[in-house]
Design a protein around this ligand. Structure first.
Ligand SMILES: Cc1cc2nc3c(=O)[nH]c(=O)nc-3n(C[C@H](O)[C@H](O)[C@H](O)COP(=O)(O)OP(=O)(O)OC[C@H]3O[C@@H](n4cnc5c(N)ncnc54)[C@H](O)[C@@H]3O)c2cc1C
Length: 350
């Protein structure tokens, strides 16, 4: 028999992590279930980008911000299940939610916070047989570190925002950047497209990758063949690294299976209340998955939803509980940590 949690948070992105922090602050037994091997949600997709628009936070890289989010989210030691996909949940006769996961374990919880963002997103793979064998070497679906590409010949395949941004960011530091796109024009932000077209990036339009060749160094791509729309081989490029930016596949199975009772709109988001409530009593939502009047689709908006979702969950379990937690600066839960922080400050540690 599984332990019963007060709050189970589905999704470990900004909304889920802040919910976990706030839920701990309100003294609730909390669990996060995340399908990916790491916490951080979509912020994992832009580790090298600089985030400027989180209040009070100096400009910070996605990776550093993700790490801070995780530290804060784990502050009250919630239980965390990684690599675990939630496939559905049902309210049982005793009022508890039975949450099912792909490992067939059933998790029991008094409330649920849906913090699933845009569902499970995975990069569209290069549709070439055997391409996956290069994923451990020099075939990439995201740019984890710009430095890795310094002084190298890099081919980027794709024509959207991410492909255009990566090409522009790599252009000053790579030996040569090539960009290939199956269409005749790029669909990134206008100013970024203009910058790219005026740069040293060599573009191949109306072309796609038809072969990855590995010759000299086993297990690494060293040459890429391109073909045009009529499948005629067109160019062969010697490269050191290949980046594929063909968009993402979205698995919204959980949202669809819970659909009717959660009022899921045509575009796959939950139409809920500004207080993070949904149409299913005991189920709350936060972050990109939730829409309400005044919704802010930013990390700051995800935090706002998360605190609301936790406060409503608290009152769902204990109707007499306060609407809000005591602010952190006056909250006794931080007393011991505050003492330690002050000692470290006096010792010059922070
Ligand atoms: C390239 C890019 C740059 C951005 N830059 C900024 C910026 O500068 N400033 C800003 O404020 N915002 C920015 N954003 C938006 C911001 O990242 C999102 O608003 C934020 O990540 C939303 O957080 P979330 O927790 O709601 O969703 P997500 O971050 O999408 O997290 C949802 C999590 O739920 C998990 N999940 C989904 N389904 C399941 C399931 N069935 N079982 C288990 N786990 C599941 C997913 O794996 C994911 O980890 C950017 C977004 C992108 C794509």
């Amino acid at each position: 028999m599984s332990d019963v949690y007060d709050v189970t948070i589905i999704g470990g992105g900004p909304a889920g992590l802040y919910s976990a922090f706030y839920s701990g602050l309100r003294g609730m037994k909390t669990k996060i279930i995340e399908v990916q091997p790491e916490l951080g949600g979509k912020v994992r997709l832009y580790p090298e980008k600089i985030i400027w628009d989180v209040g009070g936070q100096p400009p910070i890289s996605g990776e550093k911000f993700r790490s801070q989010l995780v530290d804060q989210g784990l502050r009250f030691s919630p239980t965390v299940l990684l690599n675990t996909k939630v496939t559905g949940f049902d309210k049982k006769e005793d009022g508890l939610f039975a949450i099912t996961t792909d490992d067939r374990e059933v998790q029991l919880s008094k409330t649920v916070i849906m913090a699933v963002g845009s569902g499970i997103i995975t990069p569209q793979k290069l549709p070439l047989e055997g391409a996956e064998r290069f994923e451990l070497t020099n075939l990439h679906y995201t740019v984890q570190s710009l430095e890795r590409f310094r002084g190298k010949r890099v081919l980027i395949s794709g024509g959207g925002n991410a492909a255009v941004d990566w090409a522009n960011e790599l252009e000053p530091l790579a030996e040569q950047v090539y960009l290939t796109h199956r269409r005749d024009n790029l669909s990134g932000h206008e100013a970024e497209v203009e910058r790219l077209l005026g740069s040293r990036v060599r573009c191949f339009f109306g072309a796609s990758i038809c072969e990855l060749r590995s010759g000299t160094e086993a297990g690494r791509i060293d040459c890429v063949a391109l073909e045009d729309g009529a499948c005629t081989r067109w160019a062969e490029l010697e490269v050191d690294e290949v980046i594929i930016s063909h968009g993402y596949e979205r698995d919204a199975g959980l949202i669809e299976s819970a659909g009717l009772s959660l009022e899921v709109a045509g575009d796959g988001v939950i139409d809920g209340g500004a207080d993070s409530s949904t149409h299913m009593p005991g189920v709350f939502a936060a972050g990109d998955i939730l829409r309400h009047e005044g919704k802010l689709n930013l990390i700051a908006g995800a935090f706002h939803d998360a605190a609301n979702a936790v406060n409503r969950a608290k009152q769902f379990i204990e109707p007499e509980a306060g609407r809000h937690a005591m602010v952190s600066s006056h909250n006794e839960r931080f007393k011991e940590w505050n003492g330690k922080l002050k000692e470290a400050e006096q010792a010059g540690g922070i």
